[in-house]
Design a protein around this ligand. Structure first.
Ligand code: HEM
Length: 400
């Protein structure tokens, strides 16, 4: 029987050493101290149980989405002290933005991108299939989402390779200095995109955000820059890592991969179970707005809490065998929280589902028999995002 004295006092989701054993540690928190204080990053509470996480997400009146210091460092200059439209706003300001941007993310809005996603994936897969080996993270997963977010924002097709290399470079930067250097180029790129849209017509998200009064005023340059940056961030790593997390499961489970390859209609269920099983958005923060409590833990205004979404999705009381990837869960008695909950529930959910499904479909059609490369042990990542750093796989080709 574990006790509160067994749980770490300085849980740090942003420390790379947390990743390999994170599910064990979160299970320990759930058992012994579901709302636990951590001394890391100036102090915050880690929230690990399904019901508590859902409660916090649904009570935007008590928990604000504007939170400092629990996310990845934003290295794009020009956004210091700026609250990102949508992402960091609380109702009612949040609601104005959400309503305004909704049309770009509806099932119909998302479906408009399907032919483009399929073309991008088919091109990437056609280049890989004859090789017999690849890194499914760098050679495939990372090559789709930045282009799709580019299309969503209305970045001209000719400029999307630049957006993609800035995005992949920034999120893969090895040092803070490298990230800051790329961050400066990133800001320049996005500001030029914003400037090019002023006073213009266009049916893309960024043109609409630049030219429309939302909540009674036009957004400032800093707000538009942060919105565009966070939109790329929201649509990039999340999707790359969901694709990679799912391909890892399929590489390790031959029976599952063969079953799904034989019946691609199972992919919708595969995507949903993947987002539950290894929730790519792993942990995001909130700031307490007014004194309250969670379970028996009192919280004061200004305290910060970290919602461990992936932990909610393995909560033993909600998902028996939560650590298992299973396609036979049927209709879940409670919704899994991998897309979030409440006012900030993932706006890009329909686009993300479509994107991951189409990529998996095209991979399984062209390369049905891939497996982990000999000796490969994919390195897990954790933080705001849960994924794998690289995924070396191999398969037999007609010329092998
Ligand atoms: C499989 C991939 C994805 C997963 C697992 C995912 C998950 C999530 C989660 C859990 C949240 C809520 C975070 C919180 O409340 O703190 C969120 C918010 C959001 N996501 Fe996604 N997401 C994915 C892909 C995307 C894509 C492709 C886009 C579009 C470009 C997107 C756009 C957004 C936006 C705009 C929000 C903020 C919504 C708001 O504040 O009202 N997401 N996502």
């Amino acid at each position: 029987m574990s006790t509160t004295s067994d749980v770490p006092k300085d849980f740090d989701h942003l420390d790379p050493r947390t990743a390999p054993r994170v599910h064990d540690v979160l299970a320990l928190f759930r058992r012994s101290c579901p709302v636990a204080h951590s001394a890391a990053h100036g102090g915050f509470y880690v929230v690990t149980k399904y019901d508590h996480i859902k409660h916090v997400a649904q009570r935007a009146d008590l928990f604000s989405s504007a939170v400092d210091g629990l996310g990845a460092v934003v290295v794009v200059p020009g956004v210091d002290g700026v609250l990102a439209p949508l992402f960091e706003l609380d109702p009612p300001e949040h609601t104005f933005w959400r309503r305004h941007l909704q049309e770009f993310f509806s099932p119909v809005g998302a479906a408009r991108h399907e032919p483009y996603i399929r073309r991008l994936t088919q091109e990437a897969v056609a280049g890989l299939a004859p090789l017999g080996r690849a890194d499914f993270v760098t050679d495939l997963a990372q090559r789709i989402p930045p282009f799709v977010v580019g299309a969503l924002l209305g970045v001209p097709e000719a400029d999307r390779p630049a957006l993609s290399s800035l995005t992949v470079g920034l999120f893969g930067a090895g040092t803070v200095e490298e990230a800051q250097r790329i961050g400066r180029d990133y800001a320049e790129f996005l500001l030029a995109q914003i400037e090019a849209r002023r006073g213009r017509d266009g049916d893309d998200l960024l043109t609409s955000a630049v030219n429309t009064e939302i909540g009674g005023r036009h957004a400032t340059d800093g707000e538009l820059l942060k919105l565009a940056f966070l939109m790329v961030a929201a649509g990039h790593l999340t999707t790359v890592d969901t694709i990679a997390n799912t391909l890892l499961v399929l590489a390790q489970d031959d029976a599952l991969r063969r079953r799904v390859t034989a019946d691609l209609s199972l992919l919708a269920e595969v995507v949903e179970e993947s987002v539950r099983h290894e929730s790519a958005v792993a942990a995001t923060g909130r700031t307490v707005r007014a004194d309250t409590s969670l379970g028996d833990v009192p919280l004061s205004a200004g305290d910060r809490v970290l919602l461990a979404w992936g932990s909610a999705n393995r909560d033993e009381q909600r998902f028996p065998d939560g650590a298992q990837f299973r396609l036979d869960r049927g209709r879940l008695p409670v919704p899994q929280l991998g897309w979030g909950a409440g006012a900030h529930r993932c706006l890009g959910m329909h686009l993300a589902r479509l994107e991951v499904r189409v990529v998996l479909e095209e991979v399984l059609r062209a390369i049905p028999d891939f497996s982990l490369a000999d000796g490969a042990e994919p390195e897990r990542t954790y933080g705001v995002i849960r994924g794998v750093r690289s995924l070396p796989v191999e398969w037999v080709t007609s010329s092998s």
